[in-house]
Each structure stands twice: as C-alpha cells, then as structure tokens.
Design a protein around this ligand. Structure first.
Ligand SMILES: [Zn+2]
Length: 426
C-alpha cells in the first residue's frame, strides 16, 4: 500500500449527506435487517439489469440471487462487496446470504441503537460528522428523532417549489399554528418554521431536492405574479375554458410561479442568516428519473444573484461533473460535493476529482457523503470514497504534480476540514 493510500484509509471523513433512520426507527425495524439491507442503492441496478418488463419492488431473494452477478462490477455493486467484506469478512454472494444475515444480526444484537451507530458510522466508517437530510420537515410531529451528537440536520421542504395543491400551505399553518391568508404570511410561516428547527442548535443547512420533481431552471417572478398564483392555489380554483371548479389541483404553471418565488425567498433567508444551501443536482436515485433538468448549470442565475450565499452542490452534478468544476472555478460561492458520486460511478468520479483539483482550489471540494439509510451501508460507501481519493492523489504524486506532503494536506481538507470549516464544526 502506498503511503498516501495508507494515510487516506486511516483518515476520518465528513459525511456531507445521509438519510439515516433515527434510533427509534432503527429499533422498530431491528428484526427485519437481512442481507438485503446491505444493498443500499444497488437495488436500482438490479432493476436496470432485469430490463423493462421487470416488476419494480419488492425485490425478493430469488430475483436478487439471479440478478446480483450482473451488477457486481458497478459502483453500486462494488460498494456492497466492499462493505460486506470489511464488516463480515464475506463475499456478497447468494450462497452467503443467510450467513450475512446472521452476521449482521449478531453485530447489532447486544447493542443499543446508539452503540450500533457508534460502531458502524464512527468507528468502522470513520464518519466523524454527518449532515442528515429528511428530518427537519414541517410534516414531522416530533421535530426529529434521536441521533448521535455528531449529526446535524438540513431543513427540507421541496413540496413548496412545485405547488399544485394548497397542502404545503396547510402543513405550514399546522406547524406554526397560524392561519395563512396572504403570500406575505406564507413567507413568514416558512421562515418561522425554519427558525423553529434552527432554535434546536442543530440546523446545518437548507436542503433543496426539487430536481426529483421539476427542472432546476428557476424564474424570478414579481411579488404581484406570485400573489396571483398564491390566491389561485389558496382558494383551490382551477380555470379551464372558463369553467371554474372549487377543488382539485391548479395548473402546473401557477404552481411553478409560486414555487420559483418561494425558492428565491428561502435563498434570501439563507443569505440573511448565513446558513449554507445544499442542492441536489445531477443523477436521480432509483430508476426512470427525468435527468434532463438536473444539471447544475441551470442554477447559474441563482449563483450569480445570491453571491453571499454558500452553495454546497451535490453529487458532482454527475454526469455533468466537468461543467460543475468550471462553475465552481468561476463562482466563489459554489462548493463542490462528491456525496453519493463515488457509488454512482467511481471511474468518472475519480476523473472529476482529478480535474477539479487541477482547476479549483481544494478548500472548495467536499470529498464524501454516504447518502444512505442504514449505518452499515456507510462502510462500503466510505471505503469506495477512500479508494477513489487515494487513487487520484497517488496519480498526482506519481505524475510529479504534487508532493506527498501536499497530497496529505489535500486529503485532510477534502475528507474532513473543509466540511468542518463550512459548517462551523470541529
Ligand atoms: Zn440524498
């Protein structure tokens, strides 16, 4: 093993993005964790391997056994192999499925959820800090479940950005316990909600995942235009050929106008409070996602307008990682984030990191985020990121571009320190 490889493999990581179950959710499911729970993202590759006639989910044991050999070379598949070998000393193969389930159950059996997370996330995957998505939501009855102290949270409410029914407005009314009659009150309720999460001391960022439901081109409506859209949505009115109905969804264009307006408002809140904004760009999880509208370059007018906001741009915008590199070189308010990218495509992500290091100051690169639901999945995704980072740094050293010492410093920053500085931790 090269010196830099050893250095990277022993280095703690900042996990920029995860969707872990809370301790309560984890405990409620304890007996159900099997070999299948190691698959993480690989389920999507199983479906792709099966072809267009495939039933979607659930993916049962026989289908997994049949399809697994076809996907074991992909990034998703290799993460499963890496994690399974490192944690249980076994190949992830159908013959071992029962033994893997047994080993997994044995590894959590006499541990509390807190101990399970500490073992897999902190000790084995060496994830020192985690930015957790999906728990600071206005729909939550509890503000969040229980997590390790090393977890901080991103506020997320994507339903605002493509609103065709008043249900997000009603959710904010319930959450703030105040009626919303006007656009101004809607914005106030949104801010009040975010600030309620912020008051916990655990708010790390605003997360925008709207690429899953719409494209990333955001227009800049006037308050008047947004008020008209708000009024139509609030009163549930649908106008078609002069026929007025009193229920149902409004047209997509109206929802989009209000959504774009609220997008600007939430970024303006982030600007005022100096809270970073994490945005999903690039490839979409699962299958059959609409990829066309997910390029980070669609957000250029936003980067241009909100110069004081710190944008954490996710997933290398894969497969548009080179474009994202050029954007981050040009816009000092854009940080590059490789969360989930190592799993989607390790080769292209290595190339992206190599290119970015050539073009962008390394304090602007975040090297890792597991982006997964269960703590043991972090093992494979962490190893995959370390392998990729080590390989890129080895290449740069052997090409004579950087010294061993510089490579170590780059590893320190892209693996941990950049995240700590960005989020004010450590
Ligand atoms: Zn995610």
């Amino acid at each position: 093993m090269s010196t830099i490889r050893e250095y990277v493999f022993n280095h703690p990581l900042f996990c920029h993005h995860d969707h872990h179950a809370s301790f309560e959710e984890f405990d409620a499911n304890r007996s159900n964790y099997t070999f299948q729970s190691l698959l993480g993202y690989a389920v999507a590759d199983l479906i792709t391997a099966e072809g267009p006639q495939a039933p979607q989910l659930p993916m049962d044991r026989a289908r997994i056994a049949k399809l697994w050999p076809k996907i074991r070379a992909t990034g998703y598949g290799r993460a499963v192999t890496l994690g399974c070998q490192a944690l249980f000393g076994m190949e992830y193969t159908p013959e071992n499925f029962d033994a893997i389930t047994e080993a997994l159950q044995a590894s959590i059996k006499n541990k509390t959820a807190a101990e399970v997370y500490d073992y897999f996330v902190h000790q084995r995957a060496q994830n020192k800090w985690t930015i957790q998505d999906g728990k600071f939501r206005v729909s939550n009855t509890r503000i969040t479940g229980t997590y390790p102290d090393s977890y901080f949270f991103a506020f997320r409410m994507d339903e605002l950005f493509e609103m065709t029914t008043p249900s997000p407005i009603e959710a904010l009314e319930r959450f703030t316990q105040q009626p919303i009659y006007t656009l101004g009150q809607l914005v106030e309720a949104l801010y009040k909600s975010i600030e309620r999460f912020q008051a916990t001391g655990k708010l790390a960022a605003i997360k925008i995942g709207m690429a899953y439901s719409r494209d990333l081109y955001v227009s800049d409506p006037t308050t008047h235009e947004a008020e008209l859209a708000f009024n139509r949505i609030r009163s549930r009115k649908l106008f078609w050929d002069g026929i007025q109905q009193n229920s149902g969804a409004v047209d997509a264009k109206t929802g989009r106008l209000l959504g774009d307006y609220l997008f600007h408002k939430i970024i303006q809140w982030a600007a005022e409070k100096d809270v970073p904004v994490q945005i999903h760009t690039g490839y979409l999880a699962g299958n059959w996602g609409s990829l066309n509208g997910t390029k980070a370059s669609l957000l250029i007018p936003i980067f241009e307008k909100y110069r004081s906001v710190r944008f954490d741009i996710f997933h290398a915008s894969w497969p548009w990682a080179s474009e994202l590199g050029a954007i981050a070189k040009n816009y000092p308010n854009v940080w590059l984030d490789l969360c989930w990218a190592w799993a989607m495509n390790p080769s292209e992500t290595s190339r992206a990191l190599s290119e970015w290091l050539d073009g962008v100051p390394f304090n602007k690169i975040f090297g890792y985020g597991a982006d997964t639901g269960l703590p043991w999945c972090n093992m494979g995704y962490s190893l995959q990121a370390k392998l990729g980072i080590a390989r890129v740094l080895e290449e740069k050293i052997s090409a004579g571009f950087i010294s061993q010492r510089t490579a170590e410093e780059i590893a320190d920053y892209i693996m941990l320190k950049n995240g700590e500085e960005f989020f004010g931790l450590g």
